[in-house]
Design a binder for this molecule. Structure first.
Ligand SMILES: [Fe+2]
Ligand SMILES: [Fe+2]
Length: 204
C-alpha cells in the first residue's frame, strides 16, 4: 500500500513538472496548486476517482499557453464577456486538451483515465452540466480558487479590479456555481472572510 502511495505522489509531482512551463504564460502555477488542494479536499468529502480528478485539475489550464497576453485578458475574468471572449476561452480548453494528452502519453498514463481527463479539460469552463462526480469536482475546485485568500487577491491584481468589485461579483453569483455541497459550503465560508478583508482594505 505504501509503495502505491509513493508512486502516486511521485506521478503527481511529475505532472506538475510537465505542466509548469505551460502554466507560466498566465502565471497559473499557484492557481493550479490551490485548485489541486481543493480537489483533494472535495475527493475526501464527496468521493470520486483521484486518478481522473488529480491529473485533470493539474492540467486543466495548460491551454492558456497557446494565447498571447492580450487575448488572455479579453478571454478571462469579471470584465470579459461576449462572443470574442467565448471563442478565446474555447481555445484554452481545446489546446489544453491537446497538450494534456501529450503530457499524459509521455508519462505513459492509463489510456482509459486519459480519455476521461481530456474530455473534462475540453469543457472545464464551458460545460454547464457535469454528469460525473469527477467533472463536478474539477469544476468546483477550479472555481473555489477565487474564493480563497490567495486566489481572491491574486485575481484583484491580475484583473485590475477593486476588491469590492470582485467581492460583489462573487457574492451575487456563488450560490449557482457549484455542483457539490462541500464546495458550496467552502465558498460560503470563504466569501465572508473576503468581505471582511475587503472592508479592511477600504479603510487604509
Ligand atoms: Fe480554465
Ligand atoms: Fe482554472
Amino acid at each position: 500500500v505504501i509503495e502505491i502511495k509513493m508512486n502516486w505522489s511521485t506521478f503527481i509531482q511529475q505532472i506538475f513538472q510537465s505542466a509548469e512551463p505551460y502554466l507560466k504564460k498566465r502565471d497559473d502555477f499557484l492557481h493550479t496548486q490551490v485548485a489541486h488542494q481543493y480537489a483533494l479536499l472535495l475527493i475526501k468529502q464527496e468521493g470520486g476517482n483521484k486518478k481522473i480528478i488529480e491529473p485533470a485539475i493539474i492540467l486543466h489550464d495548460v491551454g492558456w499557453s497557446s494565447l498571447d497576453p492580450i487575448q488572455i485578458r479579453a478571454a478571462y475574468g469579471v470584465k470579459s464577456g461576449g462572443k470574442k471572449a467565448d471563442r478565446l476561452n474555447r481555445i484554452h480548453e481545446r489546446e489544453g486538451a491537446v497538450i494534456a494528452m501529450q503530457i499524459l502519453q509521455s508519462l505513459k498514463y492509463d489510456l482509459q483515465f486519459t480519455d476521461k481527463i481530456i474530455s473534462i479539460i475540453q469543457r472545464h469552463d464551458s460545460g454547464i452540466t457535469a454528469p460525473h462526480p469527477e467533472e463536478q469536482i474539477v469544476k468546483d475546485a477550479d472555481k473555489l480558487w477565487r474564493f480563497s485568500k490567495t486566489g481572491f487577491w491574486k485575481e484583484v491584481e491580475r484583473q485590475k479590479l477593486e476588491p469590492a468589485e470582485l467581492y460583489q461579483y462573487l457574492l451575487t453569483r456563488y450560490p449557482e456555481w457549484f455542483f457539490t455541497d462541500t464546495a458550496l459550503m467552502i465558498a460560503k465560508k470563504e466569501i465572508k472572510n473576503r468581505g471582511v478583508e475587503t472592508m479592511q482594505s477600504a479603510k487604509h
